[in-house]
Design a binder for this molecule. Structure first.
Ligand code: SAM
Length: 253
């Protein structure tokens, strides 16, 4: 069987923790029920553990299914925002194993998609330039990608180098507000006037919108699925609310 591209699992430690915690809670509920059932207290304890197990394993499964399947579908919707000519220079910031970079490369002819990352293992399973390149090879577009190691807070590119800058679920990994603002400023700096920014993340959307508007972008719109947003907000205590911002850098006067 031929090898298929593998874009990894986001926050693998957290996903594993959810799944292990879920299975552990279920096992404990079964054990308690088997040996001590009979009192109301044991009934309540078993129910709490079973519900906790259901919640934790559900969250773990959601993370795996989103990383493996849903992300592949939503990337195409995000890339549809750009009217591609095929000759664009594109940058994927925090590219991981190349989800957006390879997706963009598929839409290019003479252009190039560059991916940049610091390859943190805690943020994505199997993270590294090798994995990103291997996915580009498997998808048949390795001639249209370029991979670099670098920090999004100090992008090693000249002003206005790219027509399209994208970042998918990467900026929230910067813990400090100032660092996230710096990363956004860097993305806008390397974007050409009139160029498009696609910024997808699971948190901080309001702060990103405010920061981009302060930078004087020509267009800034938020794409979010309201019902899904409400549900995910409740079950994740607001820590997982995926949304995408589409912005256009103003043309110079
Ligand atoms: C959750 S992964 C997402 C990867 C990829 N964009 C995707 O959606 O499949 C977040 C990525 O951001 C990268 N990252 C975290 N901090 C970074 C920084 N300061 N500069 C560049 N990349 C960073 C991590 O190494 C990781 O690859």
């Amino acid at each position: 069987m031929s090898k298929r591209p593998d874009y990894g699992i986001d926050a693998p430690g957290l996903a594993t923790g959810f799944l292990a915690g879920g299975i552990g809670a279920f096992a404990l509920a079964l054990l308690i029920w088997e040996f001590w059932r009979g009192s109301l207290l044991v009934g309540i304890l078993t129910a709490i553990l079973a519900f906790g197990g259901l919640y934790l394993s559900g969250m773990g499964c959601l993370m795996v299914v989103w990383s493996k399947h849903i992300k592949l579908k939503t990337r195409e919707t995000m890339l549809d925002y750009v009217i591609w000519r095929g000759n664009e220079q594109v940058l994927d910031v925090g590219c991981g194993r190349g989800l957006m970079m390879v997706g963009a490369a598929k839409r290019l002819t003479s252009g190039k998609a560059t991916g940049i990352d610091i390859w943190q293992a805690k943020d994505q399973s199997g993270n590294g330039p090798k994995g990103a390149l291997e996915n580009a090879v498997l998808e048949g577009f390795s001639d249209r990608v370029h991979i670099e190691t670098g920090d999004m807070r100090a992008l090693p590119f000249a002003n206005g180098s790219f027509e399209v800058v994208m970042s998918h679920w990467a900026v929230h990994n910067l813990e400090q507000v100032d660092d996230r603002a710096t990363a956004l400023r860097e993305m806008m700096r390397v974007l050409r006037p009139g160029g498009s920014l696609i910024l997808a993340d699971i948190e901080h959307r309001e702060a990103y919108m405010a920061a981009l508007k302060n930078m004087g972008v020509a267009e800034c719109r938020l794409d979010v699925k309201p019902v899904m947003d409400k549900i995910l907000g409740i079950v994740s205590f607001d820590s997982f609310r995926p949304s995408t911002i589409f912005a256009r850098k103003a043309l110079l006067h």
